[in-house]
Design a protein. Sequence first.
Length: 374
Amino acid sequence: MCDPEDRFKLCAQRKTFLAEGGHQLVLGGPGSGKTTIGLLKARRTVLAGLKHGQSVLFLSFSNAATKRIMSGAADLIEAEVEQHLEIKTYHSLAWEILRAHGYLLSGKRLLTIVPSQDADILKAGLSNDEWAAEQERLFQDEGQVTYDQFAPRAAEIIRRSPQLRDLYADSYPLILVDEFQDTDEDQWGLLRSLAEKSEVIALGDEGQRIYDWRPGVSPYRLDQYKEELAPGVFDFGTENNRSPTTDISNFGRALLDPEEELPWGDDVKKLTYPRQFLSVAIKSGARMALGNARDRSGNTNISIAVAARGKLLVRLISDALDNVHNWRGKVLGSIPHDVLIDQTQVMLAARVTAFLLEAPTMSPQDGLAHALIR
């Protein structure tokens, strides 16, 4: 396999990033190459030599993001190098720490996870303080931990145990963090502790915070990283190497900035329609977008995303795609699609339905409560 770095025209800034060590911060918008340059950095680190049992850790927020990074790694990195690269979510890392060492904080030796739908039920009707107290009780008395507690518990373990901090830092001498601007206070605390011994490379976009609705996510996180770890800073700006000829990323940025003028271009189209023709407009727009995507990519096996601002509109869009329409002498057939739904609501509905179908063995009130919390 040829050197993957030869596949790219690396600018002086990228070459400096790859050559230098220490904490580093890479800034750039979508498509600017943050993930790619991060993977090349990981590759160089592995090839430079790791001790037995060491790996480069690449953290991201979601399973979808880790799959994207894994796909990039498979395309860029040799198999013998890739086996020394661990790509996982923050939750996965935190759970590994808790599963192995959570007994240091809990009264129970073995910990179990409270499913998110069960946590929603237990939390219902409680104030924030009451829910915090209940999570503490579950953790201490029953050895149960909610997903929201993964990061703070793991961060506490690493903060309070220098020995464990050194153990994990030695296992991961280099840690790359995708979408760093979205880290909450506990995730930042965990990384800050590991950064005392490991090199941490943050990949971030100052204009994009996907998870800013989560408690503890701060618009000043990138500034805090600069102040506390004094990293080398590499700014790729608004470069777009993924789709350099499109206006989509610029349009998306303009939507988030009220002072930015919307850059209407060839790649962003605005379609208007009379209210009574909503269903036909949705069907026609989806067909046009799908056809354009196939033509531009040269790939017939392709999917598109349709976003909506609320559940009611999602249902209307789904119905429009399902139904057959006659429009100006043409038959617009149904379009196969998937709808992303709230799994918690479906789970609760399934439990209630199962309860109603079962032969009663307890009072209706007790039976319903048992169905919801089991």
